[in-house]
Design a protein. Structure first.
Length: 246
């Protein structure tokens, strides 16, 4: 008799959200109660992530989360105020390194004076983003799935992070443009192209295309982007800066 394959979505590993812990700390750090707190909050977060990936953030209820986690509903409110608080804790492990990567890239660009060093700065930035994506695959999948939703309800933390990524992409594009490192134009357009293409490639890689995880893919992506936005060598830096200032 042939065994029927289950169509249920794969279970998300608890260690994928191991850093999700509530603000309150019962018991001393490293003690038994602290360990139980971390285990229980990660159990709830893992159950929520599994359900939200399958059905979307708004469709999942707290009752379903605690049922899947195998804990009493009252326990949920010992760790999280509501579902939005849980989602905020879920995205924190990717939000913090993303903000740091954007800040580092901007500081690096401030010291760049040539096209070659511009490419190096973006190369380092791409490597940092790739590390965030593949070290937090399930969380990034949830972010990509929900990032275009409205800023309301439990989806708010994801929508806010998406707005930060869009704004950060624009700021980096605008900064390079103002320094004459890229051709004159609307930085909103170039930023939208870069962010959209990067997120699409990430989604394809996380969906199972292992070939897109090769570092050469990131370098090719950077090369294509820079070929499209880099300033023309026939125009001087002073002329480009003057054009951008108008």
């Amino acid at each position: 008799m042939q065994t029927r394959k289950s169509r249920r979505p794969p279970k998300v590993r608890v260690d994928a959200v191991a850093s999700v812990v509530p603000a309150e700390r019962p018991g001393p750090e490293g003690g038994k109660r602290d360990a139980n707190r971390k285990a229980r909050s990660s159990q709830l977060a893992s159950a929520a992530l599994d359900l939200m990936l399958a059905r979307g953030v708004e469709a999942v209820t707290i009752d379903e989360i605690v049922s899947k986690a195998g804990v009493a509903k009252g326990s949920f409110y010992r760790y999280f105020r509501d579902k939005e608080d849980l989602v905020r804790a879920l995205v924190d492990p990717i939000e913090r390194p993303l903000r740091e990567a954007f800040d580092r890239c901007k500081r690096t660009l401030e010291a760049q004076t040539s096209d070659a060093t511009l490419a190096a700065a973006y190369g380092l930035f791409a490597a940092e983003l790739a590390a965030v994506i593949f070290d937090n695959a399930a969380l990034v999948r949830l972010y990509l799935q929900e990032r275009r939703g409205p800023i309301e309800g439990a989806r708010t933390p994801i929508a806010e992070l998406a707005r930060f990524v869009d704004r950060g992409g624009f700021e980096l594009a605008s900064f390079a443009n103002q320094r004459g490192l890229t051709r004159p134009g609307d930085s909103r357009v170039s930023a939208a192209v870069v962010v959209g293409a990067a997120e699409h490639l990430a989604a394809m890689a996380l969906a199972g295309d292992e070939t897109l995880r090769d570092p050469s893919v990131a370098m090719e992506f950077i090369s294509i982007i820079l070929d499209g936005v880099r300033a023309s060598p026939s125009v001087s830096t002073a002329e480009r800066a003057g054009t951008n200032a108008r």
